[in-house]
Structure formats: structure tokens, C-alpha cells
Design a protein around this ligand. Sequence first.
Ligand code: GDP
Length: 365
Amino acid sequence: MDNSKCSSMGSRIVGGETLGGFIGFANLPNQVHRKSVKKGFEFTLMVVGESGLGKSTLINSLFLTDLYPDRELPDAEAKIKQTVSMEASTVEIEERGVRLRLTVVDTPGFGDAINSSKCYDPILEYIDAQFERYLHDESGLNRRNISDNRVHCCFYFISPYGHGLKPLDIEFMKSLHNRVNIVPVIAKSDTLTKQEVNRLKKRVLDEIAKHNIKIYQLPDVEDDEEEDYKEQTRVLKQSIPFAVVGSTTTIEVKGRKVRGRMYPWGVVELENDEHCDYLKLRTMLISHMQDLQEVTHDLHYENYRATRLDPENTVEPVAKPGKPSGNTDAKLREKEAELARMQAMLAQMQKQLKMQNDGQQTHNL
Ligand code: GDP
């Protein structure tokens, strides 16, 4: 693997065998690259959807590492009682000097339990808890070294077997869309013909529009961007929802080693645009990591912060990142001033405590 290494972090041992090739975030456009070299990325990706839709497989295929080596699958009886349990795994990947600290939050079991309404509450709570933690850290003394565990992107897995979104999908996406960047994906698209994929994509997009669900919008390209980049963005925009296939198996096809799924009638290749949108999804994620982070900070986190700091503030989330309404803006400034006062008080208290401690030590001597 090209100058890359994976190591495990956090409480679970993760990482492990890599499958050759590299992920590609070292190939970010130069400008972004320079910034990232210095800081490194902290990125959190969440995957949600019914179990069995290939979430873990896709994640493992995307990041070339087995994030869930010792996952046990629950038996049928356990499934009925199962509540949503969150699993966060962190890997640190380095590629040509660019560091990525990637956390993947899996939500196994979602939609499995028979009474599945509200089964997604723990997922929303998890997202909010990360905002709360950031808010807390941001108002603390060590503001420069905050680690960012906020969820920057959520792959929402849509079943290939239905005729579009299920009522639960609609309800859940609406609860998620003001909190996180939703990227819808059609799972296991190798089970559908090209025509069926197109039909399902159209249906899903229509339903998203009909129910006013806000999904992540790729930013518009600037006029002075390179033609290749413009074209890439156009293709990516057109491909949403991405029809994906996951696999961690390497198969030899006519002397080439490819990752794919082998069927009696042939091989479905992940990295073949004729077969699925896997590469597009990966490109979207890698080339827009920074934008996903910025939208998380400027839009979703700001919404959370505004509501959290003023529970009576029921202002509808702002439409454009970084452009809060005047009212919200003023309130935010007020709260910021309040936070600064609290910080000063805290610093004062700590100083006093230290002086007391020092005094006590001298006394003990
Ligand atoms: P999860 O519960 O959503 O994490 O699903 P898993 O990743 O554990 O996959 C469930 C099953 O679906 C496994 O048997 C996988 O081999 C299979 N699977 C995963 N991805 C795909 C895919 O893209 N296409 C097909 N046909 N099967 C898949």
C-alpha cells in the first residue's frame, strides 16, 4: 500500500489487513491538500439503514481496512429485543504525509426491531451528544485543541428491494436532515438491472423533493475551476443517490486484480463506473471532505448551538451555511459574549484554587 499505514485507536482494536491501493485523499486538490497536510483531517462518517443492506461491507471496501473484524451477528431472537446500539470505530490513516483520523459510526440493527418507530432516537441522540461535547469544549479553556467528533456525513442506505423510500426512511431522514449532511445511497445495486436502478433513483429523488427532505448538496463549482473538476462535479450531482456495491474480495478478471462480487454469470466490479457508483461515492466523499466539515460547522452545528443556548429559539434552520438570520446572528453574538464571561470567571476560579493549593502546600511544609 502506497506509503499508507493504518493503526488502531480508541477502545476497540480496529484496523488490520489492507487490500492494496490507496484511498486517495492525498490526491485532493492542491489548495485543500496544503491545509490538510498541516492539520490532518478529523472526519466522522455515520452509516445508517436497515441491517443487512451492506453497510459494514461498503465501509470496509471504502477504507481498505476491516473495521469490524469481530462483529457478532445477532440471532433472530436477539433481533426482536434489539435496541439500536452505536458502534464508533476510529482508524488513523496516513497517505503521502496527509493524516486522516476517520471515525465510522455504525448503527447496527436499525429497522430490525418489530416496533421500529423511534428506533432511531439513539442515533439522533448520538449526533446531538457530539455537538454538545463540542459546544462544551469550545467554551472551555483549551479551545485550540478541541477534537472534533461531530458527525460530518451520514450515508443513508436505501433498500434496493422496495419501490422507493419507506415511511420509516422518510420520517428518519426528516429527523436527521437538520443535524447532519445526508448522502443517500441505494444499497446492493448489483441486485437490480440498470433500468431498475434508474427508476429507483428517480423515485427516491421525487420522494425526497416531495417530502422536503434536505440532503447534502454538492457546492456549485466556481467559473475558474478546471474543466475536469467541473465535469466531475456535474457527474457526481447527477448520480445521487449513489447506487453502490460493496465487497472486500479481490478477484482476478482477465489478468487484472479487481475488487468485486463473483456470480456464476460474471463479476461485478466495484471500481467500474459501468457496474455501479462506488467510485463516484468515494470521489464525492474524498473531494468534499472539507466542504462536509464546513457545512457541519456552519449550518448544523450553528443550528444546534442557537437552539441549545436559547431553548425558546425555535428559528427554522438557516438555508445557507454561514448566513444566519439577523436575529439568530445577534443572539449568537450575545451568547458568545456570555460564554466569554463564563470563561473569564472559570479562569479566575482556577487561579484562586491554585493559589489556595499553593498556600496549603507551603503551610504543610
Ligand atoms: P450491514 O448489516 O448493513 O452492515 O450488512 P453487511 O455488510 O453485514 O452485509 C450483509 C450481507 O450482504 C453480507 O452477506 C454481505 O456479503 C452482503 N452484501 C454486502 N454488500 C453487498 C452488495 O453490495 N451486494 C450484494 N449482493 N450483497 C452484499
